[in-house]
Design a protein around this ligand. Structure first.
Ligand SMILES: Nc1ncnc2c1ncn2[C@@H]1O[C@H](COP(=O)(O)OP(=O)(O)OP(=O)(O)O)[C@@H](O)[C@H]1O
Ligand SMILES: NC(=O)c1ccc[n+]([C@@H]2O[C@H](CO)[C@@H](O)[C@H]2O)c1
Length: 223
């Protein structure tokens, strides 16, 4: 069951939620858990010597609660989809966990199946962040005084990671990012289904061609 979890990590405003939502739209049996839904209440967030609330650290999140949500899915994966969907690779239950502090949280290490990490440069990140309103809103100087330094610290910690992480260029278009990850997921699901396919996905997420190599199973051809 663990092998069905996928992680979309990345810098704040890298486009994680957008990518996860787009994938969910095109995969009939796909659940998404967002780390942002597990922030502790403001009263429980530490403040540093500059008065900045320390939101961009693991301690700001109720990770035990997030792990419970993941366990729930593992015990009862997938939605009630029809037999047609379950019979197709797209219908295999998958869980996408998206968040900005996933790869620094040890208990998740054993659950990964495929990990993606969205990056954008400092300037673009600062620009996108300035268009967002969080609750509470970022005070002046927050990006340079807390958000970006914490991101750099976590990137540094990620250097110790031994498994493969696929880095995605978050400055690419939403459609291109979707197509890249969707193609990757479908290919792997096809393999799990005993089919070996090459699929190209165009920028609108439509499959434009595919090659199916039938593999014998119990003396019979699948597909
Ligand atoms: N590929 C993209 N190109 C340009 N802008 C994008 C792209 N993907 C998302 N955005 C925009 O960037 C902002 C952040 O997107 P999104 O909420 O998906 O990021 P996030 O990584 O989940 O952010 P956070 O976790 O910090 O809330 C939004 O304004 C969104 O419209
Ligand atoms: N969701 C929240 O409670 C909250 C409050 C203040 C700041 N944030 C920011 O969310 C980003 C991750 O998506 C982090 O960079 C937090 O600063 C979230």
């Amino acid at each position: 069951l663990h092998r069905k979890c996928r992680f979309v990590g990345g810098v704040t405003n890298g486009g994680k939620t957008t990518l996860a939502k787009n994938l969910q739209k095109h995969l009939p049996n796909c659940s998404v858990i967002s780390q942002d839904d597990f922030f502790k209440p403001e009263a429980e967030i530490e403040t540093d010597e500059n008065g900045f609330l320390q939101y961009d650290v693991l301690e700001a999140l109720n990770m035990e609660k997030m792990m419970s949500a993941i366990s729930c899915w593992v015990e009862n994966p997938g939605l009630s989809v029809g037999p047609a969907a379950l019979g197709s690779p797209e219908g295999i239950p998958i869980l996408i966990i998206e968040g900005f502090l996933l790869f620094n949280y040890k208990p998740l290490d054993t659950m990964w199946n495929r990990s993606y990490f969205l990056t954008i440069p400092y300037e673009e990140c600062k620009r996108r962040r300035s268009t967002r309103v969080y609750e509470p809103p970022d005070p002046p100087g927050y990006f340079d005084g807390h958000v970006w330094p914490m991101y750099l610290k976590h990137r540094q910690e990620m250097k110790d990671i031994t498994w493969e992480i696929v880095y995605l260029d978050g400055t690419k278009s939403e459609e291109d990012l979707f197509a890249q990850v969707y193609e990757d997921i479908i290919q792997e699901l096809e393999k799990q289904n005993g089919k070996y396919c090459s699929i190209k996905v165009d920028s609108r997420g439509e499959r434009v061609w595919e090659t199916v190599h039938h593999t014998p199973k119990n003396g019979q051809l699948q597909c």
